[in-house]
Design a protein around this ligand. Structure first.
Ligand code: CA
Ligand code: CA
Length: 683
């Protein structure tokens, strides 16, 4: 979706909101506030599938410090940007280069290579652009391209097809003027739509011969086209072929006559009597090089695979899930052996995603198509503009995406580019949504099952959770509409937590939301304590909840230190994570060798005061080296590291830091010569 909306879509949104609000009021009949987390029911590995955003990362902004903690699986960017393209900014290839070391991938949106919304340049130019793009990706050796998204929202008239509808009067017809070189029988293909649910007919009349009848089986809907064939005996030179109203109704897109002067005669270019020319994304026109969207997608798929057989092709990227359009698309691509590797659509209007997902999987089954990866490459809540980035709205969405193993999902773009999907303010500061996505980025190990009060509600309380048995912790993120209380039932503790009778440490935090432009410097700890496992579960009751806020429950084994921060789990810029049995946690950060190399530690303390920070480091230079220590926006200072026994051989230094209650961001950045970082401990 782009920022400019059509009236039609606004109306759809209003209708949807009415539906959602009605639906939400029914939620109260459920045991409203129970959220059950099964720590032993693994969904799959943590990938941060839904942490990315559309145009959320630009070539030069935001700063990496904002991007790194989110650990998004993929962003979506224009395949090319500039004055001749749909987007001025966000050029996907340099963004992919920029993100190459962060672990994030980039979806390249090919439609954005075109100007406006979107002008198809003709197949030759289209192929040239794609060839140039893929050659560039290959020349640069980029390995973090998630895939090539062929088009965007084709059904919303971003595919400029035309057809003739309302051929409903007794004298409605379209005359096609067809020139053929040879007198013979030709097999004519008719692109038509019949949304009546029953067969309809046209009368086929030409060259003074008796009319015959053409039968149109039902298509997936009005404006959604299939083809039928009919034989016509044409004479060399000009012929007038008339398709006239018969029984029931049909819409006409084009006729194809192989061997004729044109291979396609568009209905809208014929002589139309008692019919109306219409626009939509399922039909073809001169503006689309006489291709339907399905045809263009299929040809583009083939071209991409010729250029790079390992490339992933993404589509159709409908503005919302709708079964009829998806069936039409999948049926066509299956028949042409050009099914996308990753099926995409958008979640913007508050629809029931759980239901849409199940409908989609059933559609695959019914068409004999193996399960595709799914990318929801634009998402926001039903009140799209005010919802984007709001934790209380995104939590129930992410919960569904994680529960259903959606491969990637990207926040929509209702705000400016380069703001990580409305997670930064207009003055480039973190807002409350950023901290929620930072918690998401903190997740590691495996995602585990969370059962909300109602999996079908897109607005009510829902959450997602992870367990990391190496790092020995679990976390649960949640948000959504509640009556102000949540009872989190956390059960089936893995053995590293101990068993029944063991205590676990629980910290519950909230991140606020006023609006996207309200900066938030810290999250708030709203509850902290030790809970005893009984019947292999604990119940954490939380009250005073705000429907716009996001929440995290962070659970560690009793007695496990919470003041040690491993460098390898921090936000690491332009450096490498290495393994060593000497290192705390088995890993450390090496190669902090560049002017932009740094590690950002997110340190949470209960009290504002001066703390001792113990830095575990290695310095194999044989002489003193330094890092620059910068935190909380204050002036930087220098930390001096005496030489250690070698690289990967660690020692410690202590420095004093003045921390404020809540979250503190402590940066250790390259200074004089070199040093490696293992961990920091705050006392
Ligand atoms: Ca047409
Ligand atoms: Ca370490």
């Amino acid at each position: 979706m782009k920022k400019v909306k059509t009236f039609k879509l606004s109306l759809m949104m209003c209708l949807t909101l009415l539906f959602v609000s009605t639906f939400s009021s029914n939620v109260s009949v459920y045991a409203a506030t129970d959220l059950t987390v099964d720590l032993s029911s693994v969904i799959g590995p943590v990938t941060h599938a839904a942490a990315g955003s559309l145009y959320g990362v630009d070539v030069s902004h935001p700063d990496n410090g904002f991007i790194l903690p989110l650990r998004a699986k993929s962003y979506a960017n224009p395949a090319m940007s500039g004055p001749d393209n749909h987007r001025l900014e966000g050029d996907g290839v340099p963004v992919a280069q920029r993100l190459a070391n962060t672990g994030s991938k980039v979806t390249l949106r090919l439609a954005d290579m075109n100007p406006n919304w979107y002008d198809f340049p003709g197949l030759t130019s289209w192929y040239n652009k794609i060839t140039s793009l893929i050659n560039e990706v290959q020349t640069l050796g980029l390995t973090n391209i998630y895939g090539y998204e062929v088009w965007n929202e084709p059904e919303n008239n971003s595919w400029h097809g035309k057809f003739v509808g309302n051929l409903d009067n007794s004298n409605s017809y379209v005359d096609f003027f067809v020139n053929v070189p040879t007198t013979k029988s030709y097999t004519m293909t008719i692109g038509y739509a019949n949304g009546s649910g029953a067969n309809s007919t046209h009368n086929l009349c030409y060259n003074g011969l008796p009319c015959t009848s053409v039968t149109y089986p039902p298509t997936e809907g009005w404006g959604i086209f299939n083809t039928v064939s009919a034989n016509v005996n044409l004479t060399a030179g000009n012929n007038i072929i008339r398709l006239a109203k018969g029984t029931g109704s049909a819409e006409l897109d084009y006729i194809d006559i192989p061997g004729a002067a044109q291979t396609r005669y568009e209905a809208e270019n014929g002589t139309i009597n008692q019919g109306v020319i219409k626009n939509n994304g399922f039909s073809s026109s001169n503006d689309t090089d006489n291709l339907t969207f399905n045809e263009m997608f299929s040809l583009t798929y083939t071209k991409i695979k010729q250029l790079d057989p390992s490339a992933k092709v993404i589509g159709p990227s409908y503005a919302s899930f709708f079964q009829t359009g998806m069936r039409n698309f999948l049926s066509y691509q299956k028949a042409h052996n050009t099914l996308p590797d990753i099926v995409s659509w958008h979640q913007l209007l508050g629809q029931n995603f759980t239901n849409d997902y199940n409908t989609y999987r059933a559609l695959e089954t019914s068409l004999g198509i193996s399960p595709r990866l799914i990318s929801i490459n634009e998402y926001s809540g039903g009140a799209w503009f005010s919802d984007e980035g709001k934790p209380g709205v995104t939590a129930p969405l992410i919960a569904k995406f994680e529960r259903l193993k959606i491969d990637t999902a990207m926040q929509s773009l209702w705000n400016g580019t380069g703001t990580l999907g409305s997670l930064l303010t207009n003055t480039n500061q973190r807002n409350g949504g950023w901290w929620f996505y930072k918690w998401y980025g903190d997740m590691s190990g495996n995602m585990v099952s969370v059962t909300p009060p109602n999996v079908n509600s897109m607005t009510a309380l829902d959450g997602f959770a992870n367990v990391d048995s190496d790092r020995k912790y679990a976390s649960v993120l949640f948000g959504g509409v509640t009556d102000g209380t949540v009872n989190a039932v956390i059960k089936n503790f893995p053995s590293f937590f101990g068993g029944n009778g063991s205590k676990v440490h629980v910290r519950v935090e909230s991140t606020p939301w006023v609006n996207r432009d309200t900066a938030v410097n810290t999250t708030t700890t709203i509850l902290e304590g030790d809970y005893t496992i009984a019947s292999n579960q604990i119940n954490v009751s939380i009250s005073g909840l705000n429907n716009s806020y996001g929440y995290r429950i962070y659970i560690t084994p009793f007695g496990q230190a919470t003041n040690v921060y491993e460098a390898e789990h921090a936000a690491v810029n332009h450096a490498i994570i290495s393994n060593s049995s000497n290192a705390s946690g088995g890993k450390y950060v090496s190669n902090l060798d560049y002017s932009d190399s740094y590690v950002d530690f997110y340190v949470k303390v209960a009290t504002t005061k001066t703390y001792t920070m113990t830095i575990r480091y290695a310095n194999g230079t044989g002489a003193n080296s330094t890092h620059n220590l910068c935190y909380n926006g204050g002036a930087c200072s220098t930390v001096t590291y005496p030489a250690t026994a070698g690289w990967g051989q660690f020692s410690t230094v202590n420095v004093s830091v003045n921390l404020t209650a809540g979250d503190n961001i402590i940066r250790l950045a390259k200074g004089t010569t070199y040093a490696e970082l293992d961990s920091i401990t705050i006392n």
